[in-house]
Write a protein that binds this ligand. Structure first.
Ligand code: TXA
Ligand code: MG
Length: 327
C-alpha cells in the first residue's frame, strides 16, 4: 500500500501529489515546476493561496541551477548544515519556473532534506520538489506515515513510508542573503547558537510575528489539533473529563493526592517525555499532541514547562505557544 522510491518518482513525474518522509516532518510533495500539481497541493491542504511552499533539492548544485546566486553566508551555512533541517531563503530569476510554488514571490525557501529515501526520489525525478508539511492547513504536522494517512489518506495519490521522522519539528528557516544580519524566520532544531558557530561575526535576529519580514505562514492559524489545548500554569486549573499533557518532570512533581484526584476526575494523562532528553521529546511531540483528538475529550491541558535555552528548547516553546494560542 505504501509507495517505493521508484513508484514515488514516477507518480511525481506524472504530476501526482504524494506524501513523503523527511527528517523533520512528512511533506506533501509535487514537482515544483508542474503548475497543476502545485495547485493540487494547495487544494488538498486547503492552504491559503498566498502561502508559498518550501522546495526540496538533492544538492547545492541543483539549487544553484534555479537561483540567481547563492550569497556567501548562505553558501557557508548550506555547506555545513545540509543535508539537514535548515531551509534557506534565496533569490530567483524573474522567469523562474519555481514561481508557482512561491506564489509569485521572487524568493524561494530551499532545503536539502536529510532523508535517504527522499533524496533518492528527488534525484530520480530530477526536479525540485515542493513540499509543505503533509497536514490539512492549521493542523499539527505529521511525523509518521500513519499520521498522514489519518489526515489526508483519501486525498493523496500515495504515501511513502519512511518511518518516524528523526527530528519531529519543522525545519529552521533562515534568510542569510545579507552578510551583516541573518534572520531566523522560523525556529527549529538548529538555531542561532549552532548557526552562529559558523559565522561568529554576524548578527542573528529571530523574527517575531510582529516584524515586517515575517513569513506568510506565521499569519495563519497554526499547528493545533481539533481538541482545545489550554496552556495552564498550575495543576489546579485542570477540570475533569479531559486530557493532561505533562513532561516527565512535571508529573514527578505531582503529589500522590493529585494523581489520585486526576484519575478520579477522569483526566487522561499523556506524558511528553523528559526535559533531560529533548531530542526524544521533540521527536514524539506532534504525535502526542495530535493523539488528544483520539481520546474523545473536549479539552486538553498543557502544564507550562520551560524547555530551556537550547535551540530545540526554544523551538518547542515556540510550537506550544502557537498550539495554545490557536485553540
Ligand atoms: O521541515 C520543513 O520545512 C517541512 C518539510 C516537509 O520539509 N516543510 C514545511 O513546510 O514545514 P510548510 O509549508 O508547512 O512551512 C513552510 C513555511 C511557511 O510558513 C511559509 O509561509 C514559509 O515557510 N515559506 C515557504 N516559502 C516561502 C517563501 N518563498 N517566502 C517566504 N516564506 C516562505
Ligand atoms: Mg506546515
Amino acid at each position: 500500500m505504501f509507495l517505493s522510491a521508484d513508484e514515488a518518482a514516477e507518480l511525481l513525474i506524472q504530476g501526482m501529489v504524494i506524501a513523503v518522509p523527511t527528517e523533520t516532518v512528512y511533506g506533501l510533495a509535487a514537482i515544483a515546476t508542474i503548475p497543476s500539481a502545485v495547485a493540487r497541493i494547495f487544494d488538498i491542504k486547503k492552504r491559503p493561496a498566498d502561502n508559498p511552499l518550501i522546495c526540496h533539492f538533492h544538492s547545492i548544485d541543483q539549487i544553484k541551477a534555479y537561483v540567481t546566486q547563492i550569497p556567501s553566508a548562505t553558501e557557508k551555512l548550506l555547506r555545513h548544515f545540509s543535508p539537514g533541517p535548515v531551509s534557506f531563503m534565496v533569490d530567483l530569476p524573474a522567469d523562474s519556473p519555481l514561481k508557482f510554488a512561491t506564489c509569485g514571490s521572487d524568493q524561494v525557501v530551499a532545503r536539502i532534506p536529510d532523508h535517504e529515501l527522499l533524496l533518492s526520489i528527488i534525484k530520480k525525478a530530477d526536479q525540485p520538489i515542493a513540499a509543505p508539511s503533509a497536514n490539512t492547513s492549521g493542523k499539527v504536522s505529521p511525523t509518521s506515515a500513519e499520521m498522514v494517512q489519518r489526515d489526508l489518506g483519501n486525498k493523496v495519490d500515495g504515501i511513502v513510508d519512511g518511518c518516524k521522522c528523526s527530528i519531529g519539528l519543522e525545519s529552521t528557516i533562515v534568510d542569510a542573503r545579507n552578510d551583516d544580519e541573518i534572520y531566523i524566520l522560523r525556529q527549529g532544531a538548529i538555531g542561532a547558537q549552532e548557526l552562529q558557530y559558523m559565522l561568529p561575526q554576524t548578527k542573528f535576529t529571530v523574527i517575531s510575528e510582529s516584524s515586517k519580514n515575517v513569513i506568510p505562514g506565521m499569519k495563519y492559524r497554526h499547528y493545533a489539533p481539533d481538541t482545545l489545548i489550554k496552556l495552564i500554569e498550575d495543576i489546579k486549573e485542570v477540570s475533569g473529563n479531559s486530557a493532561l499533557l505533562i513532561t516527565q518532570e512535571g508529573f514527578g512533581k505531582l503529589s500522590i493526592e493529585w494523581i489520585i484526584k486526576l484519575s478520579e476526575a477522569n483526566v487522561q494523562i499523556i506524558k511528553l517525555g523528559s526535559l533531560e532528553n529533548l531530542y526524544e521529546l521533540a521527536n514524539k511531540f506532534y504525535e502526542k499532541i495530535s493523539s488528544v483528538d483520539l481520546l474523545n475529550v473536549s479539552t486538553a491541558f498543557f502544564l507550562r514547562t520551560e524547555f530551556g535555552n537550547s535551540s530545540l528548547g526554544k523551538a518547542l516553546q515556540d510550537r506550544i505557544e502557537k498550539i495554545a494560542s490557536a485553540s
